[in-house]
Write a protein that binds this ligand. Structure first.
Ligand code: ADP
Ligand code: MG
Length: 397
């Protein structure tokens, strides 16, 4: 592991790629600063070493090629200045002469930020020239942007080649890699994966890659109806990907071959519309009337899944098992969270990842019981699919 903990960066100019792609409201006020907070340990460590820090980050999805006022990192810079209690140097200029001047004037312990890196259209192409210009600003490179680790961009991957002996994982990135490695390389058995969410299509590769590793696979949420339909059940108006019926059958077959116990919902809370205040009907079996759609796991399903979870020593959860955004259909997802918390109390190692899953676990109130909550939605999923993440590879190469 090429981490920063045992290195002293005193007097160095350190380029740090962070994930500051935070949500903002219409007044550009940051509504959730989690991503900024998570980069603080790395920034503070470098500051206390006496390094000068040059932050690189993207914000939103610029399309015009060049500066777009509404996607400027200025609000983030102001916020960070407050957090650090010192001014973060910044220019909205994209001209490298201006940026270099700022970088050259940085003193030890000072921080600057480059404007939204995706204002340069070359960034997302992984362009070498842009990477070289960025690299010319500093002496070392630290990647702490796990949320962007699955992107082969100039500032997340290409840049690393200019620092063959001075490239490192930031503390957040290191934490993610250690936990993902633990999960996928040496899981204590029994290992249970709970995979939910709306679409099977977005999780096929994850399931395929997990089958050789897990003892139990729990499938819940919207994607379970594609399995149910494949198994000849009535699913009413429930969400279903008809073109993935064969995939569902193949996955079931594969699970059997690999001796994985597969668990699907056995009872359902259905609704007559996709809304929180629709009329709710309990279906004691997966046999949903034509005019209704499956919205959440029923009580028997919760107990069935719970029993498996409580018997597990390693647990991976990605994907809510119901439409948890609607309070009336959050019960199934919350019960998963509760059972996982109980399992970790008994010594299990539990990992939760995925944008919606992380927001569900936070809402449930059990987040502090989870051994490891991944900060990277897409990046974690690609890791679980068995892919090599360019942001990780670039540091290791
Ligand atoms: P993650 O972001 O954690 O990877 P996904 O994006 O795959 O999770 O899935 C989350 C979405 O799945 C949520 O918006 C949730 O409402 C939806 N979902 C779960 N169960 C159902 C269901 N029965 N019908 C429709 N959507 C569902
Ligand atoms: Mg999602």
């Amino acid at each position: 592991m090429k981490g920063i903990s045992s290195v002293n960066f005193a007097g160095k100019k350190v380029l740090v790629r962070v994930d500051f792609n935070v949500p903002v409201d219409e007044n550009k006020k940051i509504t959730d600063d989690t991503r900024i907070q998570e980069a603080m340990p790395t920034i503070k460590k470098l500051m206390s070493d006496g390094a000068s820090i040059i932050l690189m980050a993207h914000f939103g999805r610029p399309k015009k090629g060049g500066f777009e006022p509404e996607l400027s990192l200025k609000p983030v810079v102001d916020y960070l200045s407050e957090l650090l209690n010192q001014k973060v140097a910044f220019t909205q200029s994209l001209d490298f002469n201006d940026i270099k001047e700022l970088a050259d004037n940085l003193k030890q312990g000072e921080v600057m930020m480059i404007e939204n890196i995706r204002f340069y259209p070359e960034e997302t192409k992984g362009d070498v020239e842009l990477a070289k210009k960025l690299a010319s600003l500093g002496d070392c490179y630290v990647n702490d942007a796990f949320g962007a680790a699955h992107r082969e961009h100039s500032s997340t991957a290409t840049i690393a080649q200019f620092f063959p002996n001075d490239k490192y994982f930031g503390l957040l990135m290191e934490h993610e890699i250690i936990n993902l490695t633990k999960l996928m390389n040496a899981p204590t058995k029994p290992f249970t994966a709970i995979i939910g969410g709306s679409k099977i299509s977005s999780k096929i590769d994850v399931i395929k890659n997990l089958l050789p590793l897990v003892d139990n696979l729990i499938i819940g949420g919207g994607m379970s109806y594609t399995f149910a339909k494949a198994n000849g059940k009535n699913i009413g108006k429930s969400i279903c990907e008809d073109d993935k019926i064969q995939v569902a059958l193949d996955l079931q077959e594969e699970a059997k071959k690999q001796n994985v116990n597969l668990y699907l919902p056995v009872d359902i809370l259905a609704g007559d519309a996709f809304s929180n205040d629709c009329n709710i009907k309990y279906c004691p079996e997966v046999n949903i009337p034509d005019e209704l759609e499956g919205m959440d796991a029923g009580e028997k399903t919760r107990e069935l899944f719970g029993k498996v979870i409580l018997d597990s020593k390693t647990i991976l959860w990605n994907g809510p098992v119901g439409v948890f955004e609607f309070e009336n259909f959050a019960g199934g997802t919350n019960s998963i969270a509760k059972y996982i918390a109980e399992a970790t109390d008994k010594g299990a190692f539990a990992a939760v990842g995925g944008g919606d899953s992380v927001s569900a676990i936070k809402k449930s109130g059990f987040a502090d019981k989870i051994s490891y909550i991944s900060t990277g939605g897409g990046a974690m999923l690609e890791y679980l699919e068995g892919k090599t993440l360019p942001g990780i590879k670039a540091i290791l190469d």
